[in-house]
Design a protein around this ligand. Structure first.
Ligand code: FES
Ligand code: FES
Length: 239
């Protein structure tokens, strides 16, 4: 090990490299040296987010691990020394199992050509690592750096909305309405609070059906369990 040795972690695996060109970006290193091609090269100038990966570091002052979504096309690989990088391959794949973030974007038809998808998945994943129950506003901010030329964003947001606190609340309100509204067969006992005002979920007799009321049902999704995520490499807490 020399002073110019680069040491960092990628998807839980330690990488030690004595021959790093200072001009290499993290994206170049991932795709060409580690052959991790899930992270895409779009604009190469920080504009599209196709190259988004999660970088984690231990903050000694706060005493906790901080996760950041970064553009791998801009970050020099040398700046990763002592940090942990997670790419889309590190969270799940069709060969093993899909992470709930990958599953929900797929089931919501939020991926068409798929070029932006790894970056969008990693932005959402990073948000969840920092904030397991985000609000819609947090999500909108998290996606400010990701462009998609295919989907028009609606299906992406619809799929990921299911991770938010706002969605959990709306589900609870909706279930409440189903229980109160359908039982009387003719409109809702909740009056002005009726969820039809929110969901447009009304049948001819005034009751709601789940299909009409929500685009996706919670029961279709693999639950997200933050406690199952990989741990931060203990060695990097010492550096
Ligand atoms: Fe477009 Fe990195 S490739 S932001
Ligand atoms: Fe094609 Fe997003 S799915 S760019």
């Amino acid at each position: 090990k020399t002073e110019s040795t680069l040491t960092f972690y990628v998807n839980g695996r330690k990488v030690v490299d004595n021959n790093v060109d200072p001009e290499w970006t993290l994206l170049y290193y991932l795709r060409n040296k580690l052959r991790l091609c899930g992270t895409k090269l779009g604009c190469s100038e920080g504009g599209c987010g196709a190259c988004t990966v999660m970088v984690s570091r231990y903050d000694r002052v706060k005493g906790k691990v901080i996760h950041l979504a970064i553009n791998a096309c801009l970050a020099p690989v040398a700046s990763m020394h002592g940090l942990a990088v997670t790419t889309v391959e590190g969270i799940g794949s069709t060969k093993t199992h899909l992470h709930p973030v990958q599953k929900r974007i797929a089931e919501a038809h939020g991926s068409q050509c798929g070029f932006c998808t790894p970056g969008i998945v990693m932005s959402m994943y990073t948000l969840l690592r920092n904030l397991p129950k985000p609000k819609m506003k947090d999500m909108e901010i998290a996606f400010q750096g990701n462009l998609c030329r295919c989907t028009g964003y609606r299906p992406i947001i619809e799929g990921f909305r299911s991770f938010t606190e706002d969605w959990e609340q709306s589900q609870a309100m909706y279930n409440n309405h189903l229980n109160n509204g359908i039982s009387n067969g003719n409109g809702c006992a909740k009056g002005d609070q009726c969820c039809k005002n929110k969901f447009n979920g009304v049948t001819a007799n005034g009751g709601c059906t789940e299909d009409q009321a929500v685009l996706f049902s919670k029961t279709e999704y693999t639950p997200y369990d933050p406690s199952q995520e990989p741990i931060f490499p203990p060695e990097l807490r010492m550096n």
